[in-house]
Design a protein around this ligand. Structure first.
Ligand SMILES: CC(C)(COP(=O)(O)OP(=O)(O)OC[C@H]1O[C@@H](n2cnc3c(N)ncnc32)[C@H](O)[C@@H]1OP(=O)(O)O)[C@@H](O)C(=O)NCCC(=O)NCCS
Length: 183
């Protein structure tokens, strides 16, 4: 059921293998610069895997859409680190609720290349799944390239998360049963 109020997410930390801390919290309107700068750190391959195209960056309008969230129908977690005394955005996991089937939401996730393969993607997935579940979402949907082994590996570790080939056998469609994940 679609809730009346946004879920509460208490900021968390995640330790990288080198011991450095990653700060994870809900994305806020003031994060536009962090998001735009984080995008600059993505390789073309990561951009294509996340957006299914080779976009160059975000327009002002897109940054508004990506950061000014109601928390109910659109929710995102942002991950950041301190590098040389400066905060850097290094990952985002988000979902957008389906307008008609409100128990469903589309999921997307990206980690800056330099920080991939260190467990952060799994950490964000666990946390965003929990928030979504508490917010009445029972199913995540999404699309990924067939060649996206990193995402496929991550999904395999999540109970209830499955992929199937789309009708044109070009992409994999993600289906995640959050009730099963939670059980
Ligand atoms: C997919 C993605 C979010 C995973 O994040 P991550 O922080 O690298 O994930 P984790 O470190 O938690 O790793 C999860 C598993 O995937 C594996 N993995 C990560 N990147 C991989 C890669 N490029 N190739 C093969 N396996 C990879 C890890 O080894 C790990 O498996 P393990 O636990 O058996 O060792 C990240 O690689 C990414 O941003 N990819 C580009 C964008 C994208 O594909 N988004 C998904 C579509 S919306």
């Amino acid at each position: 059921m679609r809730p009346q109020t946004p879920p509460l997410f208490s900021p968390q930390t995640f330790s990288l293998p080198n011991g450095n801390e990653v700060f994870v919290r809900q994305l806020l309107p003031g994060d536009k610069k962090l998001l735009a700068e984080g995008f600059e750190q993505l390789s073309p391959e990561t951009i294509r895997k996340r957006f299914m195209n080779l976009r160059k960056g975000f327009s002002e309008k897109e940054l508004v859409f990506l950061t000014e969230l109601d928390g109910i129908d659109h929710f995102a977690l942002g991950a950041s680190v301190i590098e040389d005394g400066q905060t850097k955005g290094i990952g985002v996991a988000r979902y957008v609720r389906d307008q008609t089937e409100t128990q469903k939401a589309e999921l997307a996730i990206v980690i800056v290349d330099k920080y991939q393969g260190m467990g952060l993607g799994s950490f964000l997935m666990q946390n965003i799944s929990q928030i979504a579940f508490e917010s009445g979402i029972e199913e995540f949907t999404g699309t990924l390239e067939r060649s996206n082994l990193g995402m496929q590996k991550l999904l395999k570790k999540m109970k209830g998360f499955e992929t199937q080939l789309d009708s044109e056998a070009t992409y994999l469609q993600l289906r995640a049963n959050l009730k099963k994940w939670k059980s």
